[in-house]
Ligand binder design. Structure first.
Ligand code: NAD
Length: 694
């Protein structure tokens, strides 16, 4: 065995050279890997005793992509293109042997090889689109030549990987192998030599790309089929154009076109925002005073209290990853209703082909429904999702304090109540924490982990770890009304309500946010969530919201009653403008002596989003959020902020905080309340800085 570089070894097995990449944890294509592949290949080609080359990886996976720490730095030679060119033009056959995931540049390495073998469990994909990019090392040119244009489009534009068996069916893998992978690769290479197979270069293949030449409708149809999911993103269109080039142009020219389209994306605002969020999500896992080696409790059993809207979804999260969960309700009827909804949700997923009937039963089997609170005694974590009323929460926590084992984590899913006060109902406030899920809890990725004044580091670390295990994106926040997400949302809601009194209509306000990239605006969102929820909370707090209150008084609670700010036709969730609501808004405006005026879209946007940015600044000042990027992660994963705009704090930085503050002052001068810039915002503007500099 010869070490070519720190990360690549060359081993001679008879007449076959085995190049092994060993760059833990995921064999990223760092500079040392590229160098090792290039030099190892050169040595193998130059050695007359060697007839063929196998590329394989040590550790848990094949090359799983680019080295993200090299992003944004000046490129170091050799580039991936040069290495791939050497592989493809090698006079000796090169075989890739794949296990784990061959992603991005990793898959592109295999596509430059003449043959590919892989284990059944291997996965193959080009996920660059998820960072607002495209596979820039020939992936868009070679993949369609192998798997055909429709499949390549789907893989490149979705970024989702495929499994080994499908890869074999598509011709992406020549043989599925078992056992020692390097040995299997060597055996395959021996066969290639024995059969004297001519080198198979993907660049020279044309039957699959040729088959759709002159049929632009293939691309037109594909564009139509992804229009909804890709709205506002820049990368998907460039991916499609690159595949078009693979069909229309000779290989070398196609590569050039791919390069142009790649560079365009690399410098785009959209990709910058997407790459920022990629890192922000990883950063959110870090809590400065809770180091990664903080012990966490092992979670083998969970319990959820309440099987309502949230409880059922929360229980599903556990069952879906194989953790048994006990669901406790006050009576059999509520329990049956709640578990019935859970089953229906799983069955709906199964009917779309994303779960088997056996999976549904397995998951349902992991959910144990009961009305006996005693059943939570052996749970490692309890998540309370009962009615949002302090006396009930306190009673429940006092009760579970007596029942639960000593070191269990006691979590509340409260949205608006004080976690510290809830904790005070127990004799172990250090075990109490907020785990704020978002509706629908089985779908939404965000989890605000709310750290109380007395919450222990172990409880924080455990809640964060549990969050990740159930496939959420946990973000640690402090205690305040609404925590981070809803507190900022509240600011947006307040301005939305003012805007409709001053002259806009719900459909105009919603359109501005939809065009910005949100899946829906504040009024459609209210209708979806149910307007009665906020109404009840307002009544409890003695707060008024004239239009919203009046709409609720009419029994218009949103989609569930067929009418709210909008009206809905049976079985259709499309919000339709309602003249009755318009009349009501005009009436309230008149009563309040408001002179309505036409409000420009830009003003609507600024008035909805700048107060959120300002509230975000206050949240940072108060140390409710650890960092500005955590706030961005919260808005991306919990509220549908368009990822290609990077979150409210990133977005504000991209506009320039001075421009934001100047505009806020201007709105303030018009006499409206709530436009006082946060101290932090002032401080940053005065220092010529942004949130990114904190
Ligand atoms: P829900 O009314 O749909 O469900 C509450 C359930 O709790 C009911 O089924 C009720 O029977 C049960 N329950 C009441 N008292 C109980 C007790 N003592 N023991 C066991 N079960 C009891 O309410 P929801 O919307 O699921 O909200 C639950 C919690 O989640 C609240 O704290 C709420 O603020 C929070 N939350 C709700 C949302 C949302 O969008 N609905 C989002 C985030 C957080």
């Amino acid at each position: 065995m010869t070490a070519i570089t720190e990360f690549v070894d060359l081993d001679r097995r008879g007449r076959i050279a085995v190049l092994t990449v060993n760059n833990p944890p995921v064999n990223a294509l760092s500079h040392g890997v590229r160098l090792g592949l290039r030099d190892g290949l050169r040595q193998a080609v130059a050695d007359p005793a060697l007839g063929a080359i196998v590329i394989v990886c040590a550790g848990r996976t094949f090359i799983a992509g680019a080295d993200i720490t090299e992003f944004g730095k000046p490129p170091k030679e050799p580039g991936l293109h040069e290495v791939l060119g050497l592989i493809e033009t090698s006079p000796k056959p090169v075989v890739a042997a794949v296990h784990g995931t061959a992603l991005g540049g990793g898959l592109e390495v295999t596509l430059a090889c003449h043959w590919r073998v892989g284990v059944r469990a291997a996965r193959f994909g080009l996920p660059e689109v998820k960072l607002g990019l495209l596979p820039g090392a020939g992936g868009t040119q070679r993949l369609p030549r192998v798997v055909g244009v429709p499949k390549a489009l789907q893989m490149i534009v979705s970024g989702d990987p495929i499994g080994g068996e499908e890869a074999q069916r598509l011709g992406l893998v020549d043989e599925l192998v078992d056992g020692d992978l390097a040995a299997a690769g060597v055996a395959y290479a021996e066969r290639v030599l024995a059969e004297q197979r001519p080198l198979r270069k993907i660049r020279d293949m044309d039957d699959k790309t040729g088959a759709v030449r002159g049929t632009p409708e293939v691309f037109a149809e594909f564009r139509k089929s992804v229009a909804r999911q890709t709205r506002g993103f820049r990368a998907p269109e460039n991916c499609i154009k690159a595949v078009e080039a693979a069909v229309a142009l000779p290989f070398e020219e196609g590569l050039k076109r791919e390069r142009e389209l790649f560079l365009e994306l690399m410098s785009s605002a959209e990709s910058k925002a997407q790459r920022y969020i990629f890192f922000a999500e990883r950063e959110a896992a870090k809590i400065p005073d809770v180091p990664p080696d903080t012990p966490t409790l092992t979670i083998t059993k969970a319990a959820v209290l309440g099987a309502g809207t949230m409880g059922g979804g929360i229980a599903m999260n556990f069952a879906s990853v194989g953790i048994p969960v006990t669901v406790v309700e006050v009576n059999r009827e509520a329990l049956d209703r709640g578990l019935g909804v859970v089953r229906k949700n799983y069955e709906a997923t199964a009917s779309k082909g994303r779960l088997t009937a056996a999976d549904v039963e397995k998951r349902m089997g992991l959910i144990q429904g009961t009305t006996d609170f005693g059943a939570i005694a052996d749970a490692d974590i309890v998540i309370e999702a009962v009615f949002e009323e302090m006396p009930i929460k306190k009673e429940v926590f006092a009760k579970i304090d007596k029942l639960c084992k000593r070191d269990a984590v006691l979590a509340t899913n409260t949205s608006t109540l004080d976690v510290n006060e809830i904790a005070s109902a127990t004799a172990r406030p250090e075990s109490v924490i907020g785990m704020h899920f978002f509706s629908p809890a089985n779908v939404m990725r965000l989890l605000e982990v709310v750290r109380g004044a007395k919450t222990s580091k172990v409880a924080v670390a455990t809640a964060m770890a549990v969050g990740r295990r159930i496939a959420k994106v946990p973000v640690c926040v402090g205690v305040c009304y609404g925590f981070v997400g809803n507190r900022m949302l509240h600011q947006r809601g307040r301005e939305a309500e003012k805007l409709i009194l001053e002259g806009a209509l719900p459909q105009q306000v919603d359109k501005v946010l939809y065009d910005f990239g949100f899946p829906m605006g504040p009024f459609a969102m209210g209708d979806l969530a149910g307007l009665d929820v906020g109404w009840r909370i307002r009544k409890g707090r003695g707060v008024k919201s004239p239009v919203a209150d009046r709409i609720c008084e009419l029994g218009r609670f949103g989609q569930k009653t067929g009418a709210g700010y909008f009206r809905y036709e049976k079985g259709d969730r499309t919000p339709r403008p309602d003249p009755e609501v318009e009349k009501l808004i005009l009436e309230v405006a008149r009563e309040q002596g408001i002179q309505r005026r036409a409000i420009p879209e830009q003003e609507i946007l600024e008035r909805l989003l700048y107060p959120m940015v300002n509230e975000g600044a206050k949240i940072l000042e108060e140390k409710i959020a650890i960092r500005a990027s955590d706030i961005d992660v919260i808005w991306i994963y919990g509220y549908g902020w368009p990822v290609y705009r990077g979150g409210p704090m990133f977005w504000a930085d991209s506009i320039g905080l001075k421009a934001v503050r100047d505009r806020m002052r201007e709105f303030g001068r018009r006499g409206a309340e709530g436009w006082e810039p946060a101290t932090l915002l002032d401080r940053l503007v005065d220092g010529g800085k942004g949130f990114r500099d904190l």
